[in-house]
Ligand binder design. Structure first.
Ligand SMILES: C[S@@+](CC[C@H](N)C(=O)[O-])C[C@H]1O[C@@H](n2cnc3c(N)ncnc32)[C@H](O)[C@@H]1O
Length: 511
């Protein structure tokens, strides 16, 4: 059904990679320039795996970056002349030698130098501080066939989700588990002195080595399954976009290395959550993406909460979405390159539905699991919540601030919390909604402009507390004032407001 990849992973010496780097730079092969060259419509279509609009735009273009998109993103045949012009130092021979392309067949009756056919996906990628290039296998869009089982994934939706949500403190040692093309490791190298990147797939490690070399980023690449390659070591930050896709173990269902760890159901994520404590330095943070299976009547918080029980780790888990079993099956059968309406699509779809039905699974949740090893032997905090709407990008700064706030709350008493003179964060606004003509609002709520874009409904006591929190008076002093004004006993006011106060501090609305 699926065969291994046809072409080997790219490989280059330091000098060859330096020449390629200079060529790509001179050709303007950057995220900004490609966005300009393709324009918003073709860029968005390409993002949706529809290459036709980009092809039409590039047909008109003489831009060397356009030739590189056709060769290295769309996997098309490009004339040797265009390749030489776009990569003058590397040249046609160099591109072939690096494993980026092979000579294509000439059309019948055609003579001369054969064009080059792209065999490796290489594209610019960056964040607000970096411009990189990432090498991976050509996508399903370029291949036009179902993916090989040893496919090495490029930067996809899950990769950018994890990259966005990762808290990025400056650390000594970081681990990227399941590095694939190396994208998370590139990000980690921006704020870690040393980055270890592991993968079970030798092919993935070859792509990661090429990506690292091309970007002059030092990575300690190691082969092996899960935590085996780092046994006995500890890290300040662990990131992982693991092979979490729940896949039926059924004859004829391919095991894609890039997304499927080979374990039953959601075991791979459950085991990682349980085992990560072994590689976290005190105070160390781990973040991973995951899917979790939900049986009839089962709350996702119970399922994931069960994984956390014996870890002793702080945990903040955010469920971003959940899909019913049919949506889930469609997503992953399509992802493997099968088109609806084909017998292969239907067979695989049925295998997923049979597997879920046999095991009583009704839905599958997806989310971001952030863990922290406490510095002391205090009780770990656990926060499992659903955040489904858009959030500020990148979300990592809000996650780091939220971790810090939750840690402070876990280490301090209610009296400590009330003894702080809190300030309302600058991105917070208040909305009051009521019936026309009525003096009192029916609803008072706070809206967070940045961070995780929270909306928090307040009662009048909490609204009074927040309204007076300008960094001068402590929460206790403000509650004392409200008690005088309303004749309500201060103990009652404290009891009514404490849970809200904790949440506002945890989520950064009060700081
Ligand atoms: C979803 S991809 C993530 C790639 C990349 N880190 C990213 O964020 O795009 C998962 C990676 O895990 C690797 N993998 C699969 N099984 C593994 C295992 N048992 N141990 C370590 N890595 C594994 C795959 O080869 C693949 O590169």
């Amino acid at each position: 059904m699926s065969t291994p990849s046809r072409y080997p992973a790219p490989l280059g010496t330091v000098d060859e990679l330096a020449a390629l780097r200079a060529d790509l730079t001179d050709a303007g092969f950057t995220t900004d320039h490609l966005a300009e060259l393709l324009g918003p419509v073709a860029s968005a279509a390409l993002h949706r795996d529809q290459p036709l609009t980009a092809r039409r735009v590039l047909l008109e273009s003489q831009d060397p970056a356009g030739a590189l998109v056709r060769l290295l993103v769309l996997g098309e045949a490009v004339s040797a002349q265009e390749v030489s012009a776009a990569l003058p130092r590397t040249g046609v021979e160099g591109a072939i030698q690096l494993g980026l392309a092979v000579p294509a067949d000439l059309e019948p009756g055609e003579e001369g130098v054969p064009p080059l056919q792209g065999t490796c996906d290489l594209r610019p990628y960056g964040d607000d501080r970096h411009d990189w290039w990432v090498a991976s296998d050509l996508s399903e869009v370029a291949l036009g066939t179902p993916l090989p089982t040893d496919h090495v994934l490029g930067v996809g939706g899950a990769s950018t989700t994890l990259a966005s949500w990762t808290p990025r403190p400056q650390v000594a040692r970081a681990l990227d588990l399941g590095t694939g093309c190396g994208v998370q490791a590139l990000h980690a190298a921006g704020h870690a002195e040393r980055v270890v990147a592991t993968d079970l797939s030798a092919r993935a490690l070859e792509f990661a080595a090429f990506t690292a070399g091309l970007n002059e980023v030092a990575l300690d690449l190691r082969a092996g399954s899960l935590l085996d390659p780092v046994a006995g070591e500890t890290f300040d930050l662990v990131v992982s976009n693991p092979p979490f896709v729940i896949t039926p173990r059924h004859e004829g269902v391919p095991l894609f290395e890039y997304r499927d760890g080979g374990a039953a159901g959601d075991t791979i994520v459950a085991n990682l959550v349980r085992d990560l404590v072994g590689v976290l330095a005190p105070g160390g943070i781990a973040q991973l993406l995951g899917n979790w299976e939900l049986r009839e009547g089962e709350a996702w918080t119970d399922r994931v909460g069960g994984w956390l029980e014996s870890t002793g780790l702080d945990a903040w888990v955010i469920q971003r979405e959940s899909q019913d079993v049919a949506e889930y099956a469609e997503t992953w059968v399509r992802d493997g390159g099968h088109r609806p309406g084909t017998p292969e699509f239907d067979d695989l779809y049925a295998a997923w539905l049979d597997d879920f039905s046999a095991r009583g699974i009704e839905r599958v949740g997806f989310g971001i699991i952030t863990l922290q090893r406490p510095l002391s032997d205090r009780a770990p905090f656990r926060d499992l919540e659903e955040v489904v709407g858009p959030v500020a990008q990148p979300a990592g700064p809000a996650v780091l601030a939220g971790l810090r706030a939750r840690t402070w709350l876990a280490e301090h008493s209610d009296a400590d919390l009330l003894a702080v003179a809190w300030s309302v964060a600058p991105d917070v606004t208040e909305e009051r909604v009521g019936r026309p003509g009525e003096p009192d609002p029916m609803v008072i709520q706070l809206r967070q402009g940045g961070g995780l874009s929270r909306t928090v409904r307040l009662d009048t006591v909490a609204a009074g507390l927040v309204g007076a929190s300008d960094g001068d008076l402590t929460a206790e002093q403000i509650l004392g004032g409200i008690s005088v004004l309303t004749d309500a006993p201060v103990e009652e006011l404290r009891a009514s407001v404490l849970a809200t106060l904790r949440d506002l501090v945890a989520d950064g609305l009060l700081q």
